[in-house]
Design a protein around this ligand. Sequence first.
Ligand code: ADP
Ligand code: MG
Ligand code: MG
Length: 246
Amino acid sequence: MLDIKDLKVTIDNKEILKGLNLNIKPGEIHVLMGQNGAGKSTLVKTISDHYDCEVTNGSITYKNKDLLELDVSQRAKEGIFLSFQNPVEVPGVNNSYFLKTIVNEKRKYENQEELDAMGFLKYTKEELAKFDIDKSLLQRDLNDGFSGGEKKRNELIQLLLLKPDLIMLDEIDSGLDVDAIKTVAKVINNLLEDKSKSLLMITHYDKLLNLVKPDYVHILKDGKIVKTGDYTLAQQLDSVGFQGLE
Ligand code: ADP
Ligand code: MG
Ligand code: MG
């Protein structure tokens, strides 16, 4: 699915990722943990081609393609998805219109028929109902005035409607109440029943990891993965902290 070799990335000419290696196979769940500023968000932003991040060294291969050759929209259409740590507010863009546009762009790319307004409404209603997700956010402008938790819920709606192959979630559980975290877990576990999909998830909390069991836990420090383990590494971290682990 994804193979990263000796990746170096700068932001504003400052080196943030300093030679990172990561391999993710179809069906695998990987978790990235690490202290604030370690470079976790930089990694997932680089994979999705965020304009902040400049790759200065190394390679990223995705489904046997050179990912660095693809721009941000091509990567999205190829099935790469990032739920942002801090989703941007876009006043003046209706959320439902935005969601219909991204869903149809992907359908076009896959040579599927585009959904008209009625078709999109039906699809959205059915998908949200499956997981008991409130529809009221659809009528508003994209993230405009949304609370922190509502922004995360709206990222979840995008995930649910797009059904990407490489799912990257940057602290989607931060600021969510217990019930909302359970909903996030249900959506993720449902999507991952398709074993051709993979998950790369950043979290600081054990709560989500109890519901979405990772195959691998990586600890990022100063732009490199310094330790990889299984689920017990996250549990260890939860009890002793990063410094205790060192
Ligand atoms: P993490 O997600 O692990 O907390 P980030 O990847 O967000 O860390 O950030 C890594 C480093 O890059 C931090 O020192 C952060 O201040 C810096 N950084 C991130 N984005 C920018 C930016 N747009 N401009 C300047 N520095 C940035
Ligand atoms: Mg952070
Ligand atoms: Mg971050």
